[in-house]
Design a protein around this ligand. Structure first.
Ligand code: MG
Length: 317
């Protein structure tokens, strides 16, 4: 006859050996991950039949989510009551979206090769479209700092590849850089130049650190210290993604880093330790915190939009 502790041990062992189920959560450091998401939380599909979705951002004022269907050339809007509607089309193949301090929508345009801001009168203001006299590649993701500066990545994913030479057609920049824009002066500065394909980016809660995903050959996230003069220092690899690569990333209020990956979302402690996974039915490209209480994680994944209830809110940006 088995004793109760032994049965409990067998049950725990079987649970650990069970195959990871799409739509579920998989703790790696259980005690820490339990602070992020409930063990029985499930990924919910909110909408599908898109071409390729990216760039989710929650609009608290409207209780709505804005996101991009890049190939369809449309920005979409989702609400719990109304489902999905068109928000802006054409979008110039918009990709990453975020909000500035007063709630204006910031958007990276692939084919527009620029960063734009939606003004109160409905017009689009071009914030940046060139650096050093040459056109940007295809801005990918953007975040504002509390000091009003805008930080964005500019990989060349949005440029067509010449099948013969494999070169990017129309590429004018010498590389794929990360930029800081000072909207007051209009000055654009390349703050990092040595990434393969810089992609998602997010600040730590106190904005002393900047995390930047590289979805090119390294498939890792680097972290930098933001110096008072706006330069980046002490860059180092923060974590490496073991399933696919990192695209969009977000930081929660406690400083954990949530990254999209080939099989969903991976969550890392502020020290860079993998603490758990959220598995999605399709490869995730981007994510954001939102919902009425800020505790829903929205995930754009290939042709569908997903969400899962979580236990933490996002950092301010
Ligand atoms: Mg991206």
């Amino acid at each position: 006859m088995h004793s109760l502790p032994r049965l409990a041990l067998i049950a725990t062992t079987l649970a650990a050996l069970a195959p990871a189920v799409s739509g579920s959560v998989v703790p790696v450091v259980a005690a820490e991950f339990a602070r992020c998401v409930a063990a029985d939380a499930k990924v919910e599909k909110l909408a599908g039949d898109f071409q390729f979705v990216e760039g989710p951002v929650w609009l608290p004022r409207d209780s709505a989510l804005i996101f991009s269907d890049i190939p369809k050339d449309e920005l979409k809007r989702w609400t719990r009551a109304g489902g999905v509607t068109a928000f802006r089309a054409p979008s110039r193949n918009a990709n990453g979206n975020s909000l500035d301090a007063v709630g204006r929508l910031l958007t990276c345009e692939h084919s527009g090769r620029r960063v734009v801001r939606l003004e109160a009168d409905g017009s689009l203001a071009t914030l940046a479209d060139s650096f050093d006299g040459k056109r940007l590649n295809s801005p990918n993701d953007i975040v504002e700092r509390r000091d009003g500066t805008l930080w964005f990545t500019d990989p060349d994913y949005g440029l067509k590849t010449d099948p013969a030479t494999k070169a990017k057609v129309g590429k004018e920049q010498a590389g794929n850089f990360v930029y800081r824009l000072d909207p007051k002066s209009g000055r654009l500065t390349a703050v990092v130049r040595d990434f393969s394909h810089p992609n998602g980016l997010a600040f730590s809660p106190d904005e002393s650190k900047l995390y930047i995903a590289d979805s090119g050959t390294p498939r890792h996230i680097r972290v930098f210290t933001v110096a008072p003069d706006g330069t980046l220092r002490d860059g180092r690899v923060f974590c490496t993604i073991d399933k696919g690569g990192p695209d969009g990333i977000r930081v929660d209020r406690d400083g954990r880093v949530w990254s999209s990956t080939g099989d969903g979302v991976q969550v890392f402690s502020p020290a860079g330790e993998l603490i758990g996974r959220i598995l999605t039915p399709e490869s995730a490209a981007n994510l954001c915190f939102g919902g009425e209480d800020g505790r829903t994680l929205f995930i754009t994944a290939r042709k569908s939009l997903y969400a899962i209830r979580v236990l933490v809110t996002g950092a301010a940006r």
